[in-house]
Design a protein around this ligand. Sequence first.
Ligand SMILES: *Cc1c(COP(=O)(O)O)cnc(C)c1O
Length: 358
Amino acid sequence: MARYSIDDIRFGIGRFPRVELIARPTALRKLERLTEALQGPEIYIKRDDLTGLAFGGNKSRKLEFIIRDALDKGCDTLITWGSLQSNWCLQLAAAATKYGIKPVLVLFRSYDLPPGYDGNMLLERILGAEMRIMEPPVRGKVVKLEDTVALMNEIAREERGKGRKPYIVPVGGSLVAGDMDKPLGAVSYVEAFAEMLGQTRALGFVPDAVVHATGSGGTQAGLLVGAEALTDACRVVGISVSDDKDTFAGFVAEIAGAVHRVMDLGPMPSRKDIIVFDDYMKDGYGKVNQEVANVLRFVFAKEGIILDPVYTSKAMIGLIDLVRKGYFKAGEKVVFFHTGGTPALFPNRDKLIEFLEP
Ligand SMILES: *Cc1c(COP(=O)(O)O)cnc(C)c1O
């Protein structure tokens, strides 16, 4: 049973201080031609790519709370990390700079893109963000959060030595680590769920499912807490872009637990409610393939909407496949969250051209 009203959630979120970075609500529209082409559920899109900060994306919502937290803690430098073409790093740099905070971006060479200033890196360069390109710290084969935080602590010490007051934010903005003592990024997605539900109710329905790309688990954790608090049966379906579903279910459970602790929303979502599909990342994080090229063209041609090659294309490949397999059925209503990321199209041009028929 839905346990809260949208107003309850708004009130709860209102207790977290924030700065204002985005134009809300972001648009919600029916994808008429995509729905018609797939002959399955009615498909809607929530345009969180149109937040209005830099090129937009899900990180803008998260940063409203994180920037405020850094300012309230008297910090003048934000240190974070991501892959070379990280959307998170660009969004953080844009938000920080706007509020007079110096961004220090640690960009890990995590997948093979041609080096050089393009996409998000070009935008970071235009902005004047400090960029440190490094090899990721590796223990065995996986990068451990504590190893990365240890590296960030070294950078923070350097910054302190220069008289600055640094604040370390984990990639994705929801993990409670570094200087973040609350899962602020995920909290913003509880609010995003409430915002979306207000829009669908105005159109006369509650969605049967929302679908989105999952990367660090924060967006999914927030949406899931929102869905459990506000609806009876709306499923939150995360499409993994990088790891297997059990790894993700672990991240989502951890972050959702942290959201529950700070928002006091009663019983936790149970592990069985965490739905992650790991069938669509194929060759791994950020790898462009034929299906990515096809879906970019298909959605652009049907709807005039541009997806990104790393996240939203994989999520849309998943959505379309799940419609074909009957996981989503005719008569259901599904909301696809467009979480941004379009600057990464350009550094991937060579791969895309290889797969796109003229
Ligand atoms: C970061 C990102 C995601 C994933 O969000 P998480 O909260 O980290 O899971 C999805 N789409 C885009 C475009 C992103 O940049």
